[in-house]
Design a protein around this ligand. Structure first.
Ligand code: SAH
Length: 350
């Protein structure tokens, strides 16, 4: 029988499995705290549990650990990037970033990505599978252990499309914020999506208090389809409608991510279109200089981002320019995993 992934279980689920196996209810909370509060991932180290029960636990359950395959620290800004190997040999990336208010962690939600955004390195290495809730959580727990800090912000902006792994991502958030466990406030979590419209409606119903970040990158429907194939399924207007609904339902401001790309989306006409699209909406625009991906020719001149922010400002749209962190360590998502795969393939392209 395959062992159960214990870190993906809610306390009440753990409780019913334990009771089925002849154990007392209260053990569930105790074990949940060993895992999510004390961060002990070896049943043998759970010292207030009898040796007999520890044996039983390791017969029924498994704890899927992460192995640090690579750890890169930026000499410019202390950003740390981890390449983690999962228990089945696949890789994901996690980035720890330092801001004035504390640390923020960027986690992956899938091994690879199906969305195929033209400028994104994650798309190049292809999609393999969804991450389990425990594997998303472990990126945080492992990184906190390694760095000795507690993160104050979590962003689901690593490899993968969170809304394409909806159930596992929801469960991850429930576990992360569980009162009997880590008790992390979802107000400090941002979920970034390329625009899986039906899931935005579902998420709105839950009113989780998180920040919804939408990777817009273009305000022209046809051009958006060229750089983001998802737009052919859920076009820009239906996406904006879903965002308006989300804002109305949750009372939360939506963030739009916009990677400024030379000759693609940064002209005066692009600023006009973006301003018209977002006028009157309770939103915020985050401009990002596009990260260079060696297989792609997309570029941004830094001045181009500042200039585009000014253009938007003149049109009444507030935009911030996101600081580029970890530029010396290939901190853009997907780049390390792609390199790891290429190396194990003897350098063959994937
Ligand atoms: N799939 C989700 C989350 C992962 S990508 C999404 O699309 O939002 C996280 C963010 O990085 C997205 O805004 C994505 O568009 C952006 N991104 C991907 N490749 C990039 C690159 N080369 N330069 C700048 N931003 C990039």
């Amino acid at each position: 029988m395959e062992k159960i992934d214990i870190l993906s279980l809610k306390p009440e689920e753990l409780e019913s499995i334990l009771v089925e196996n002849g154990e007392k209810k209260f053990r569930a909370k105790q074990i949940f705290q060993w895992l999510h509060v004390k961060r002990v991932f070896d049943f043998e180290e759970m010292t207030d549990i009898s040796v007999q029960l520890r044996r039983k636990l390791s017969d029924i359950f498994c704890i899927k650990g992460l192995f640090t395959a690579k750890r890169l620290e930026s000499s410019i800004d202390n950003t740390v990037k981890y390449l983690y190997r999962l228990s089945d040999g696949n890789y994901v990336e996690t980035v720890l970033m330092k801001y004035s208010y504390g640390y923020s962690i960027c986690v992956s939600t899938q091994v690879g990505c199906k969305m195929g955004c033209r400028f994104c390195a994650s798309a190049i290495a292809g999609f393999v599978r969804n991450l389990e809730p425990s594997e998303i959580l472990m990126q945080i727990y492992e990184t906190e252990k390694d760095s000795g800090i507690r993160v104050s912000g979590v962003v689901l902006m690593g490899i993968g499309e969170p809304l394409d792994n909806y159930d596992n991502v929801l469960r991850f958030m429930e576990l992360l914020s569980h009162k009997s466990g880590n008790n992390f406030s979802l107000r400090h979590l941002s979920l970034s999506t390329c625009g899986i419209v039906p899931k935005i409606y579902e998420l709105a119903e839950l009113r989780l208090g998180l920040t919804l970040s939408v990777s817009l990158h273009c305000a022209d429907n046809d051009k958006r389809s060229e750089i983001m194939p998802v737009n052919k399924t859920y076009n820009m207007n239906t996406l904006i409608e879903a965002c308006r609904h989300y804002i109305e339902k949750t009372g939360r401001r939506v963030t739009f991510e916009y990677a400024v790309i030379d000759d693609v989306n940064s002209s005066d006409a692009d600023a006009d279109r973006l301003a018209a699209l977002l006028r009157g909406m309770n939103c915020h625009v985050n401009l990002i200089p596009v990260n260079k991906v060696k297989e792609r020719s997309y570029r941004t001149a830094r001045a181009g981002v500042e200039e585009f922010a000014k253009r938007l400002g003149r049109r009444g749209i507030n935009a911030t320019v996101r600081r580029t962190l970890g530029s010396d360590i290939e901190a853009a998502c997907g780049q390390l995993r792609r390199d790891a795969i290429n190396n194990t393939n003897g350098g063959a392209d994937t």
